[in-house]
Design a binder for this molecule. Structure first.
Ligand code: PMP
Length: 799
């Protein structure tokens, strides 16, 4: 919050003398106060009729910011833009910026600028908004951009809420839009998503310079059909050049003082005309044009959220001003018309080739897929997405529309992370062959991986998928123990091969499943929320003894206890306290080995530790890895003890069966997997998983206070589950509502999914670069989806 100086008209008049501003024949100079927000401005008219603005800065305004403006005005005084910006009038002593005291003895920095005569843009009626005037505004801003090129100042890099590159601060305040109707909130959310997804990653590619920063309709002065003044450099800063145009367009599209709203198509034409004026003076590059639509909407989103917050801070002044209404309407209009139409209008106004259109449609792809691909492979959503690129936490459809990815735990360090892509491409261009030659790639990776693991886990096998890893783990366990049977957790999923389907009750007890094989023994899901023993982990582990007994009854022996350290398909479950430790102990007592399947949850996802087993104070005998290990490149790994590794293939001194995997451990896979470990470390992704996860958990738990349909909120780091129920007492699952929430979010650009045996658990497991802003967006969408799908309390049965 800034502090306005206390300066009244009389004292302004007295201060004016310092600048030699005096009234006629000893009369006081004529002074009038101008409206302003943080500072105080006075119009001062000299005896000769010349007018100036005497400006007293906010008490806490840093001197550097004023010096920046002063230096910029001095720079511009010798360039064509001198015609539109004010000039500085120094004091009689030659100072351009002087410190004076306000009525309360506080220092404020004062300066005098020449008056820019004309009408304010905001006061012009609709009929005055001609194409020529809009072009002239664009031209004035384009000229200003050219003139400011090369100007630099120590104070130009500034962080503040109206700096357009920081627009995403609004993510934290979406809750303030409670009273706003759905489509309008959706428009803000979409503006924010596109800004985070499309604009922020490409900021570095945009030309930057010092810009005006606030060409709003109260800072633009008009004479006839042209712009003759641009004042108020208070938001001047180092930013992408195109931001100046984007900010102006957010007002150009609003219409005149008499109507303040334009029809959507007219608003777009208005923006296109101003852009053409800008482009003629300062040609826009392809990326600048591509991001302009998103930048205009980001500015509007900041405007509407700011006004909403300002009104919330002043509840007695709940009046929605015409500018606020106009900003909402324009944001709405732009959202309805869409980027393609906006870009086409721009191209046409600027005499540029029309942006490429057409290409393959979703329907065509769907038809081809039905023709060629096995029907057992399902698509997400009834209205499937056509995703063409990914970056960070965002996926982009055929219109390059960004979607927030809250479920892809494979692209672990972010979609197409440049370090990973570069490592893979470099190695692919050099060598890719099998592991029967010596190569340092596999060794460097194995060393690096083992450095993250506790001691006995020291021998590595590289494979190509999570399923291959679990298959190999099964062979290792059987060869080492001589047993055949396996104990697994009810509801779990371990892979797509024949043996692993038999080990996954998620599959064998699910649709199309053939039921449990005699060599497979189920341990009840150690689910603290629904399980028979609540959070009493050891109580579930007793079933391991039953499994061992059943195995010997069959004349066999338990070879392994295979368990995810946190359960994914079973419903995002963190096993009941003490379960894994007790189960491992009982399994080992029965002569079995313990396999931790961390295909889903490994590599720092749980936040507190690199591996979820660490969070449960156990160390497995065999660890299986996959999915996130190489950010989407097909890699899996098994890490085990030397003793177990040495028995694979029933090796003896004279030899045994070889294990060879054609692709496993090839130099490209190892380069990619190494890059993933490097990025996790370099970008502090484990810490981010912990902090963002806590923010999400706290946020959803807060929602649960007001929504009895949230039965349970659980998880660690960025592996979370929200279980929806019809009522908390019966815990009756609510899969319909879960499906509706997913669909609601998808329609608004947020991708989450559902799992669990009852299909009622919202699952969240995004790439680990998912930050606080993404968390806020996700929380907001879950909140609104829950409101939209709220069930009325069921009527009490009568009679
Ligand atoms: N284990 C777990 C826990 C999994 O979630 C999965 C995949 N969903 C697998 C194993 C199998 O991995 P993949 O699909 O790479 O074969």
């Amino acid at each position: 919050m800034t502090t306005r100086p206390n300066i009244d008209i009389d004292s302004a008049g007295r201060h004016a003398a310092r600048w030699g501003l005096r009234g006629a024949r000893g009369q006081p100079v004529e002074v009038r106060e101008l409206g302003s927000y943080a500072d105080r401005n006075f119009a001062v008219t000299e005896a000769g009729g010349d007018r100036y603005v005497l400006k007293f800065a906010a008490i806490d305004e840093p001197r550097g910011v004023l010096e920046l403006q002063d230096a910029a005005l001095a720079w511009l005084a010798e360039r064509p833009s001198a015609a539109v910006v004010p000039r500085v009038r120094p004091t009689e002593a030659g100072e351009r910026l002087v410190e004076v005291e306000d009525a309360r003895g506080r220092p404020t920095l004062a300066r005098a600028l020449t008056w820019v005569a004309g009408e304010l843009w905001i006061d012009l009626p609709r009929r005055r908004h001609t194409s020529a005037l809009r072009r002239s505004l664009g031209a004035a801003l384009g000229q200003l951009a050219r003139d400011l090129e090369g100007f630099e100042h120590p104070a130009m890099r500034r962080s503040f809420r109206w700096n357009l590159v920081e627009a995403d601060w609004i993510a934290e305040h979406l809750g303030a839009l409670r009273a706003v109707d759905d489509p309008r909130v959706d428009a803000v959310l979409d503006a924010l998503l596109q800004f985070r997804g499309r604009v922020l990653p490409r900021l570095g590619e945009l030309p930057h310079q010092v810009i005006h920063g606030d060409a709003n309709d109260q800072n633009i002065v008009v004479a006839g059909e042209s712009v003759c003044g641009l004042f108020d450099l208070g938001d001047m800063c180092w930013a992408p050049t195109v931001c100046d145009l984007a900010i102006a367009l957010a007002y150009v599209g609003m219409g005149g003082s008499d109507d303040r709203t334009l029809a959507p198509e007219d608003a777009i034409d208005a923006c296109a005309q101003a852009t053409a004026g800008f482009h003629a003076r300062r040609p826009l590059g392809a990326i600048e044009r591509d991001l302009l639509f998103d930048l205009v909407r980001a500015r509007l989103a900041v405007s509407v959220v700011s006004s909403t917050l300002a009104r919330a801070a002043e509840p007695n002044n709940a009046y929605v001003g015409s500018s606020e209404r106009a900003a909402w309407t324009l944001l709405d209009s732009l959202t309805v018309v869409g980027r393609a139409r906006f870009d086409a209008a721009l191209a046409s106004a600027c005499d540029l080739p029309a942006p490429a259109r057409g290409g393959t449609t979703r329907d065509q792809l769907l038809a081809r897929r039905r023709e060629r691909i096995g029907p057992s492979l399902s698509l997400s959503y009834t209205d499937p997405l056509y995703i063409r690129r990914g970056e960070g936490c965002y996926l982009f459809d055929e219109h390059d529309h960004a979607f927030l990815d809250c479920v892809n735990n494979v692209c672990h360090v972010g979609h197409c992370h440049p370090t990973v892509v570069e490592a893979g491409a470099r190695q692919m261009a050099r060598l890719n062959t099998n592991t029967r030659y010596l190569h340092e790639g596999i060794l460097d990776y194995a060393d690096r991986l083992c450095a993250t693991l506790p001691d006995p886990l020291e021998v590595v096998f590289l494979v190509c998928s999570g399923s291959e890893a679990n298959e190999l783990a099964l062979r290792l366990a059987r060869d080492f123990t001589g047993g055949h049977d396996v104990a697994v957790i009810a509801g779990a999923y371990h892979g797509n091969t024949g043996a692993l389907v038999d080990l996954s009750s998620y599959k064998f007890d699910g649709p199309g499943g053939r039921g449990r094989q005699p060599w497979v023994h189920l341990v009840p899901t150690p689910d603290p929320y629904r399980g028979a023993h609540g959070d009493d982990g050891p109580a579930y582990a007793v079933a391991i003894d039953d499994a061992a007994a059943a195995a010997s009854e069959r004349g066999g022996q338990l070879a392994a206890f295979l368990a995810e350290s946190m359960l994914g398909c079973a419903g995002q479950i963190d096993p009941a306290t003490g379960f894994l430790a007790a189960a491992f102990e009982r399994a080992r007592a029965a002569g079995a080995v313990c396999i931790a399947d961390e295909v889903q949850v490994g590599f720092g996802r749980v936040g507190d530790a690199m591996w979820a087993f660490e969070a449960h104070d156990v160390v497995p005998d065999i660890l299986t890895l996959g999915k996130p290990i190489a950010n989407g490149h097909p890699v899996g790994a098994v890490v085990t003890t030397r003793a177990i590794a040495e028995r694979l293939g029933n090796r003896t001194a004279a030899g045994g069966m070889e294990y060879f995997n054609t692709f496993g451990g090839n130099p490209v896979s190892c380069a990619v997997a190494s890059a993933v470990l490097e990025v996790i470390d370099a970008e502090g992704l484990m810490t981010n998983a912990r902090e963002t996860g806590q923010r999400l958990l706290a946020g959803v738990r807060h929602l649960a206070l007001h929504d009895p349909g949230i039965g349970d909120v659980r998880g660690r780091g960025l592996f979370l589950g929200v279980e929806l129920v019809r009522d908390r007492d019966s815990k009756a699952p609510d899969p319909e509502r879960a499906a509706a929430v997913i669909d609601y979010a998808r329609r608004r650009g947020v991708l989450i999914s559902v799992d669990g045996p009852h299909h009622n658990v919202l699952k969240v497991k995004p790439p680990l670069c998912f930050g606080a802003r993404e968390a806020d967006i996700l929380l907001h969408i879950i909140h609104r989806a829950l409101l939209a799908t709220h069930r009325q309390p069921r009527a009490q049965p009568t009679g």
